[in-house]
Design a protein around this ligand. Structure first.
Ligand code: UGB
Length: 603
């Protein structure tokens, strides 16, 4: 027991230990030998407790108290939606390239100079089972650009566009990491010169794990291998709010005149196509909270945006997580639960966890809550009476639950976008993706990459390029549309209007083609492409890509996800490119290169 060990502690540490004893945690000291034995390990234990205490709003005492309450509710089978009736909310629905969309995009680009971006990247992605960090995965393998580079280049393109070259404000970028991802994220940034961002623009905030609980009395769970260590597990992406608050960075942003904080997740290669217009919606409608959503297939593993109306009159528009939506609907007058409506989609828009918060009201709210987000607990019980757990549990929280504590006066809205334009996450491994019901999105590395080509092809079609139809192919057991492999740098195609201004005349791209646009001022004019064309140009070189390009191109070859001879990044997507032949046009000097790329290679 603690005994004489107590007197060796500093007054602060003694206070912490007393708090634990007063809160039913005497068991953690039960087997402690007297001073002189295991002193280093005891010190490490006290250090861990100190960390757990300081990284939770209200400290460990609050954590234990919240845990007792949530565990009691869970044992009693209390429904978190008790008293609430769900209904379909109304929000802003945008259609790509229509007048409204273009108007919002322009407004959003203007606002971007007052924005800060926050990427939550502390998760390991258990569902994907990739051995590296997810932000290091290539978003697509035509250029091999990883998610982190892709995101940074979009933010830099917004920065440049919103300040129109003058007095460039640097858009701040925060990445939330965890012990699982921190070191590798920092290394990725440092070994790539921050992908062109100024290092001081980027702030990494590491989330701490939270203590595990062994029973309904919220007794802290000790590691079975080491009695001087409390077991810990991730607390969820909701930590981002308390971390931003306690870091003091929100105040710095406020003082610098910023107005918007945009939150996003680790693997959505399409997201930034929706950012300018969604930010425009926030600014125009003066939303304190704007969540991005896409039409959702019933039972798809993304949360549903739902209006919840309480019997006492309160109501809120909030994400209901995918595992809760079906039971909630069944319990409230929708006997079939979460099912598709006549149009083939669930009536509840799908939350893609891209949130745009207005900074002023956000700081005000966090000053009140300390950044604490409504939590939940999900113990797996061993017995029917719910007295014992199969393994230790912990409290969790989600960033999209932020609006739950807001007053009714808060302006909470959402914006629905086309899924083909805005959402293609990489979350599921090949085997699980192959089991996804037909017609529902796979959310795999295969679909993630193919969705990028589909979106780019559809956008070019929209601005008048004749893009060939896709072929349907089965890759890693998933039936996907394979469109021409078209990619561009964010600075080339930041918005619809920009893309439109760079496409002239009559151009065409065949299905088997690859087109990589790697510069800012590249114009596609009367180009006929059947093969592979890579155009790389420095920013101040203006290139007119026109004429006819025909070569053997890059062929798509299937890769078996179990083939250990292939690299993991290829196995998880089920295909690779064989670069048989290509035309590479490279412009390293400034100038105006308006001649035809009229080079033909013989087939
Ligand atoms: N993340 C952290 O940074 N820290 C953590 O402790 C955990 C995660 P998942 P999830 O848009 O598709 C969310 O695991 O939680 C980061 C929404 O809750 O990919 O199952 C992690 O690195 C859901 O409503 O997703 O589901 C990643 O960037 C739905 O919208 C992010 O948090 C769904 O995403 C999300 O973690 C979706």
């Amino acid at each position: 027991t603690l005994g004489d060990n107590f007197s060796l502690l500093s007054p602060k540490q003694q206070e912490l230990v007393k708090m634990l004893l007063d809160n039913g945690q005497e068991h953690v000291f039960r087997d402690w030998p007297g001073p002189g034995v295991d002193d280093d390990k005891k010190k490490a234990f006290i250090d861990q407790v100190t960390r757990l205490d300081s990284s939770y709003p209200g400290g460990l005492q609050a954590y234990i108290k919240n845990a007792k309450q949530l565990l009691a509710d869970s044992k009693a089978g209390k429904n978190p939606f008790d008293g609430f009736t769900p209904s379909v909310p109304t929000g802003e629905t945008l259609t790509f390239a229509d007048e409204n969309f273009i108007k919002y995009e322009e407004a959003g680009v203007q606002e971007a100079q007052k924005a800060a971006f926050v990427l939550v990247a502390g998760g390991l992605g258990e569902r994907l089972g990739y051995s590296g960090i997810k932000v290091a995965l290539p978003a697509e393998t035509t250029t091999g650009t990883c998610f982190l580079q892709h995101y940074i280049e979009y933010i830099l393109a917004l920065q440049e566009a919103s300040s129109q070259g003058k007095n460039q404000t640097q858009i701040p970028f925060v990445i939330m990491t965890s012990d699982d991802t921190h070191g590798r994220t920092l290394e990725l940034l440092e070994s790539n010169s921050y992908f062109g961002m100024q290092p001081k623009q980027v702030t990494l905030l590491k989330q701490e794990k939270v203590a595990c609980l062994e029973d309904n009395d919220a007794r802290l769970a000790l590691d079975p291998q080491n009695k001087y260590q409390i077991q810990t597990k991730p607390h969820g992406h909701g930590d981002v709010h308390s971390l931003l608050y306690s870091s003091g960075i929100l105040k710095v942003w406020n003082d610098a005149g910023l107005k918007w904080v945009l939150f996003f997740q680790d693997t959505n290669g399409l997201l930034f196509k929706a950012i300018p217009s969604a930010l425009g919606v926030s600014a125009t409608k003066q939303y304190h909270v704007n969540s991005l959503a896409v039409p959702r297939k019933a039972k798809e593993a993304i949360g549903g945006i739902t209006k919840l109306t309480h019997s006492d009159g309160r109501s809120m528009v909030i994400n209901v997580e995918y595992n809760q939506l079906d039971p909630l609907l069944r319990a409230s007058g929708y006997p079939d639960g979460d099912v598709n409506a006549e149009n083939g989609y669930s009536p509840f828009p799908g939350n893609i966890n891209q949130l745009i918060l207005e900074l002023g009201p956000y700081i005000e709210e966090l000053s009140r809550t300390g950044g604490a987000i409504k939590e939940f607990v999900n113990p797996k019980y061993k017995d029917a009476r719910k007295n014992e757990f199969k393994s230790s549990t912990r409290l969790e929280c989600m960033m999209q639950d932020y609006p739950k504590t807001l007053p009714p006066s808060a302006r909470v809205g959402f914006t629905v976008m086309d899924a083909w334009l805005a959402y293609a996450p990489v979350k599921n491994n090949a085997e699980d993706a192959a089991k996804v019901p037909k017609g529902n999105p796979y959310h795999s590395a295969t679909s993630g990459e193919m969705s990028i080509y589909r979106a780019n092809s559809r956008i070019l079609k929209q601005v008048g390029v004749q893009v060939a139809d896709p072929v349907v192919q089965v890759l890693n057991g998933q039936e996907v549309e394979v469109w021409p492999r078209i990619t561009w740098k964010p600075k080339w195609g930041l918005t619809y209007s920009r893309i439109k201004s760079k496409v002239r005349g009559k151009s065409s791209i065949s299905q088997r083609s690859t087109l990589a646009i790697k510069g800012q001022n590249i114009f596609i004019e009367n180009l006929s492409l059947d093969g592979a064309l890579i155009i790389d140009a420095v920013d101040n070189a203006e290139v007119n890509a026109s004429g006819s390009v025909q070569n053997k191109g890059w062929t798509l070859e299937t890769v078996d996800h179990k083939d250990s001879k292939e690299p993991e990044v290829l196995r998880i997507r089920g295909f690779k490119f064989n670069k048989v032949d290509q035309l590479e046009a490279k412009y390293t000097e400034p100038g105006n290169f308006s001649h035809h790329i009229d080079i033909e290679t013989v087939m």
